[in-house]
Design a protein around this ligand. Structure first.
Ligand code: C2E
Ligand code: MG
Ligand code: MG
Ligand code: MG
Length: 280
């Protein structure tokens, strides 16, 4: 009897695995064509100063709206694109979209706010990354202060020397660098010591229960104080409720990015929002 149910379970598991594998293969094959067919979009999620409730920045987040399969999460397709190398095409497309938006804002006389862009480890390892960034900002005549590059903490651990070389070059272009998903890597303190970043983004997993979990709250408080001591700004990511905002304000967190203020939104909606002052 036990044997029978075991084999049944195995079959189900295998079937699911097979289906998932097909899905992944399809996703893998459809990234490039979808990019050409304009099924990708860049969404923007505001970063808010909790004291003034002003939008002072935003993160660019790629969105894939597949005509047959609907919305495909970046959490699903970015790792696949990293494996196939398509992330380079996707990442460059995103960077170009952001710069083109900033250039149009300048032309229309709209005051721009800094935009951060996620850079995958694969992109960071591209030997012509810096040349690429430089050529796009000079083509669009973008003020490099308006661009911030987000590097995930787990990337930073891999090869400190190379990462620091890239960060130095990015700084020389005039752009800022932030460490994304801070706290999720395995040698967080070593990273902070060795990697020269301007901004630290505390991972959502630390923030999601600060209003109920004493440990989470004190950890976040500690990270914020620590960052201030070493001259690094702090963004708290994934803040969903007002109670958390209240706590973070008391801790003197610099910026908040989360559903409590706004979800990632299309460019037009985002531009409307930054042109209006009445944010909340
Ligand atoms: P990330 O860079 O850490 O981006 C923040 C993620 O948290 C986004 O998920 C955002 O929608 C989500 N988020 C923000 N506030 C809240 C909140 O209050 N509650 C919850 N539950 N979630 C919140 P998203 O857009 O699904 O992106 C997932 C990840 O995919 C990103 O994490 C980033 O690592 C990657 N990604 C997205 N766009 C790009 C891109 O253009 N290039 C690269 N290389 N990676 C990207
Ligand atoms: Mg990010
Ligand atoms: Mg990330
Ligand atoms: Mg993050």
């Amino acid at each position: 009897h036990a044997k029978k149910s075991l084999s049944k379970r195995y079959y189900l598991f295998d079937d699911k695995l097979f289906k998932n594998k097909m899905d992944l293969k399809l996703i893998e094959q459809e990234i490039k064509p979808s990019l050409i067919s304009k099924h990708f979009q860049v969404f923007y999620q505001p970063k808010v100063n909790p004291c003034t409730e002003e939008i002072v920045g935003a993160e660019a987040l790629v969105r894939w709206f597949h005509p047959d399969r609907g919305f495909i999460s970046p959490a699903l397709f970015i790792p696949i694109a990293e494996k196939t190398g398509d992330i380079i095409t996707v990442g460059r497309w995103v960077f170009n979209e952001v710069c083109s938006m900033l250039a149009e804002q300048k032309q229309k006389g709209i005051e721009s706010i800094p935009i951060s862009i996620n850079l995958s480890r694969v992109e960071l390892y591209q030997s012509d990354l810096i040349l690429f960034l430089k050529s796009v900002i000079s083509r669009y005549q973008i003020d490099p202060c308006l661009i911030e590059v987000e590097i995930t903490e787990t990337t930073a651990l891999n090869d400190v020397e190379l990462i620091n070389e890239k960060i130095k070059a990015i700084h020389e272009l005039g752009m800022k660098v932030s460490m994304d998903d801070f706290g999720t890597g395995s040698s967080t303190f070593s990273n902070l010591k060795q990697v020269d970043i301007d901004i630290l983004k505390i991972d959502r997993s630390f923030l999601c229960d600060i209003e109920t979990n004493f440990k989470s709250k004190e950890l976040v408080h500690g990270i914020i104080d620590l960052a201030k001591r070493i001259g690094v700004a702090v963004v708290c990511e994934g803040v969903e409720v007002q109670e958390q905002v209240k706590i973070l304000k008391e801790m003197r967190c610099d910026l908040i990015q989360g559903y409590v203020y706004a979800k990632p939104m299309p460019r037009s909606e985002f531009e409307d929002k930054i042109q209006r002052d009445d944010f909340l």
